[in-house]
Ligand binder design. Sequence first.
Ligand code: S3P
Length: 170
Amino acid sequence: MSKVQKIALIGFMGAGKSTVAELLSKHLKWQVRHLDDEIVAKSGLSSIGEIFTTYGEEHFRNLESEVTASMQELNQVIIATGGGIINRHSNMVHLQHNYGAIIYLRVAFETVRARIGDSSNRPLFADPAVALTLYNQRLSIYERYADLIIDTDGHSQSEVCGKIIREMKL
Ligand code: S3P
């Protein structure tokens, strides 16, 4: 794979996208953008939980699409997406057209569950049974859009970062 200048990390909640994005950013000296943070900033509210309870998921998804579309001017950037970015094909088409690589951080549901438990800032993980259904529905969708799949179970986040650098020849 040739050298890329823009990377989007995708994967389920708790896959380590934000931490790995920070590690990659330090290593490559590229900027990092966390879509969830940008969404909260754009919403005028204080958290993702608040966006969901005040305006509902559809509003959150609209903001997510707007923020995704606003990232196209950036270069030498790693973006950490939210786990549901794959809900809209248009988001993924945008990433495919504007990003050098979409990297899927694959993780087992049990790892995620142990890692994040029932987080109040992850409305879609409030009920683990619902989250498991979502996880099973999404697995093949992440795979479909990924240029590179990294299995993260049993690996530290710095190992995951190292794997990406090697595989992408960065
Ligand atoms: C979501 C994942 C979250 C956040 C929101 C919805 C999802 O991001 O965007 O709670 O639909 O999977 P993380 O993947 O960073 O937890």
